[in-house]
Design a protein around this ligand. Structure first.
Ligand SMILES: Nc1ncnc2c1ncn2[C@@H]1O[C@H](COP(=O)(O)OP(=O)(O)OP(=O)(O)O)[C@@H](O)[C@H]1O
Ligand SMILES: O=P(O)(O)OC[C@H]1O[C@H](OP(=O)(O)OP(=O)(O)O)[C@H](O)[C@@H]1O
Ligand SMILES: [Mg+2]
Length: 286
């Protein structure tokens, strides 16, 4: 098994869909039927292990898997020695402290001497210690938001994204203690053959990510405004300018980030740009 790498991905949950989509967008084909916990790509030297996300940091640290996709929250909580190769930009969430919404909150000292329920005992423990708060941590493995309403704890520390789970359970977020997103991790000390495959995968991931964060823009502009428009959307090397059938007008093609597009749109229109099209880019290699 020297010239193949193993990647551990979450079997089912908040990371699964985006992890597998990213791999597919990299042009890697594989079987992903329900129930099968291992599969091999048909066109890239990679094998997939479908696991509980809790186990992924440990499997990668031990070298059972060479790579893994996991949330930073789970990685830091498990405290395993692995390399973080890349932030992946999905499954963004935060770990926060929350209390019943009717309670008055004036600061962290609220938690002094209180019980806090969480699945993240290490992250919470480190945070409380760093802030000199003595609180009792109650470890529970799920449905943490229920704890205050059944008298198990006075506060909780759990994952928040939209905040709707907190709201539905009569809680309010009072402190954000950790920000997380999915990351690609690797076993420390992979051999050269495996590293070469990892590099190929990273090259593809970079091309997908760069493509996603940029847009292909096409617009029509009067020739007299071309200098101004080129300065607004300079593109990778420079924009492509093609003459329109109508004399005195050109079609300008360029690439820019979505943020840049929205920042410059008013100026582009003021300079006479019209018929502006913004097209997604599937892959982009700089
Ligand atoms: N609401 C959310 N929005 C965005 N990301 C989230 C959300 N909830 C969790 N995550 C991220 O996705 C990861 C997996 O969450 P999920 O709820 O699927 O975990 P789980 O129930 O522990 O799954 P498993 O069965 O694999 O142990 C979390 O560790 C976190 O990084
Ligand atoms: O702020 P929100 O957008 O409501 O998201 C937060 C919730 O999402 C996660 O649970 P999930 O729905 O994945 O279920 P799980 O607890 O079974 O993993 C997390 O454990 C929170 O309970
Ligand atoms: Mg889990």
């Amino acid at each position: 098994m020297e010239n193949i790498i193993r990647i551990a991905v979450q079997k089912s949950g908040r990371l699964s869909e985006d992890s597998l989509s990213l791999i597919k967008e990299c042009g890697i084909k594989f079987y992903n039927g329900t129930g099968k916990l291992k599969s091999t790509s048909t066109n890239f030297p990679i094998e997939f292990l479908y696991l509980r996300d809790d186990d992924i940091p440990g499997y990668v640290a031990d070298g059972v898997a060479d790579l893994g996709i996991v949330g930073e929250n789970e990685l830091v909580e498990k405290d395993k020695s692995v390399d973080v190769l890349k932030k992946l930009g999905f499954s963004k969430c935060r770990l926060s402290l929350a209390i019943p919404k009717g309670q008055e909150y004036q600061g962290l000292s609220y938690f002094e001497g209180k019980n806090i329920a969480t699945s993240y005992t290490k992250i919470l423990g480190d945070y409380l210690k760093a802030n000199n708060i003595n609180a009792e941590i109650h470890e529970i493995s799920g449905s943490v938001e229920i704890a205050p309403s059944i008298g198990l704890a006075e506060g909780i520390c759990d994952i928040v994204s939209s905040g709707s789970t907190l709201m539905m359970n009569g809680l309010k977020e009072v402190e954000e203690i950790f920000k997380s997103e999915a990351v690609l991790i690797s076993h420390k000390g992979l051999n050269q053959e495996k590293m070469a495959i990892v590099e190929k995968l990273l090259f593809r991931i970079n091309a997908v990510q760069t493509g996603k964060s940029n847009k292909y823009v096409l617009l029509n502009a009067p020739n007299k405004s071309l200098d101004k428009i080129i300065s607004l959307i300079p593109g990778m090397r420079s924009p492509t300018i093609l003459p329109l059938a109508q004399e005195g007008w050109s079609s300008v093609h360029s690439v820019l980030s979505e943020d840049q597009f929205w920042e410059n749109i008013e100026e582009l229109r003021a300079a006479g740009a019209e018929g502006i099209l913004v097209v997604p880019i599937e892959k982009m290699v700089l």
